[in-house]
Write a protein that binds this ligand. Structure first.
Ligand SMILES: [Ca+2]
Ligand SMILES: [Ca+2]
Ligand SMILES: [Ca+2]
Ligand SMILES: [Ca+2]
Length: 261
């Protein structure tokens, strides 16, 4: 099972996707040597920031609030319809984390792409800035996405198992780790229980990797800390015992035990 990404976390700043963090629009950030515009389509929020005038030194500074300390991806969504390079200096809380992050041409001012770096953020408010350093300043910036990925794999063969109702096997290729669990004998009621650690409470995606070469349906009941969160999660045929697929659900996690019966 993959205890995937934290999907949602309540916070006031903007929207959120696939991780701890969120999207911070450039047009709501603090600006110097830059203006808010909306004349090129495709942006999120209400517009984008254009470094105006086109010369080095303009900056955008976001205040980013994250719930826990850690390494975060900083993804800057931008467009640059010119042909020159428009790198920016990225600072976090006054320290340079990337002296020349590339913001290369995207072919059109309506073609938005991400350029990314990583930085350590502290819990609470962080100031993140992008200063245009090219002779013509920076690219047009739509938003900053700040995301800490929580992506852990928990092997079934290392989980807690009920003796006599499951076996650890490795006879079908394609598994991760050292093998897989086969519910054996084939009867209802046996279970796998994972204990998982998450950095922060929230809604996570739980992805179970499985194979089922038969034609019958093999749903499972999913419990978290003894509470049923999915009475019948589908584990439909995958066509072959070596054809591994994911079946997924989203659930709120605090600290965890995941039972699979
Ligand atoms: Ca400009
Ligand atoms: Ca925007
Ligand atoms: Ca495995
Ligand atoms: Ca079986």
């Amino acid at each position: 099972m993959e205890a995937g990404t934290l999907v949602e976390e309540e916070k006031e700043a903007n929207s959120n996707e696939d991780g701890i963090g969120g999207i911070y629009e450039a047009e709501y950030a603090e600006l110097e040597g830059a203006i808010v515009d909306n004349k090129h389509i495709g942006f999120t929020g209400t517009g984008f920031v254009d470094y105006v005038p086109n010369r080095p030194g303009g900056w955008i500074e976001w205040t980013v609030d994250v719930p826990i300390k850690g390494i975060y991806n900083l993804d800057f969504r931008y467009a640059h319809g010119g042909t020159d390079l428009r790198p920016a200096e990225i600072k976090v809380n006054g320290e340079t984390v990337e002296s020349e992050l590339p913001f290369d041409p995207t072919e059109a001012f309506t073609e938005w792409k991400y350029t990314s770096t990583k930085a350590s953020l502290k819990a609470g408010e962080n100031k993140i800035s992008a200063t245009g350093i090219a002779p013509s300043g920076g690219a047009n910036i739509d938003h900053l996405k700040v995301l800490m990925e929580v992506d852990e794999i928990y092997e079934a063969e290392e989980a807690k198992l009920e003796e006599g109702t499951v076996i650890i096997d490795d006879k079908h290729a394609g598994f991760n780790g050292t093998g897989f669990i086969d519910f054996k004998p084939n009867q209802p009621g046996s279970w796998i229980e994972w204990t998982i650690d998450i950095p922060i409470e929230g809604e996570y995606s739980l992805d179970f990797r499985y194979a089922h070469g038969g034609t019958d349906k093999r749903p499972a009941e999913i419990k978290i800390n003894d509470e049923v969160v999915a009475p019948e999660l589908a584990f439909d045929p995958t066509g072959d015992f070596t054809a591994w697929q994911y079946t997924s659900l989203k659930a709120k996690l605090t600290v965890g035990k995941i039972e699979f019966a």
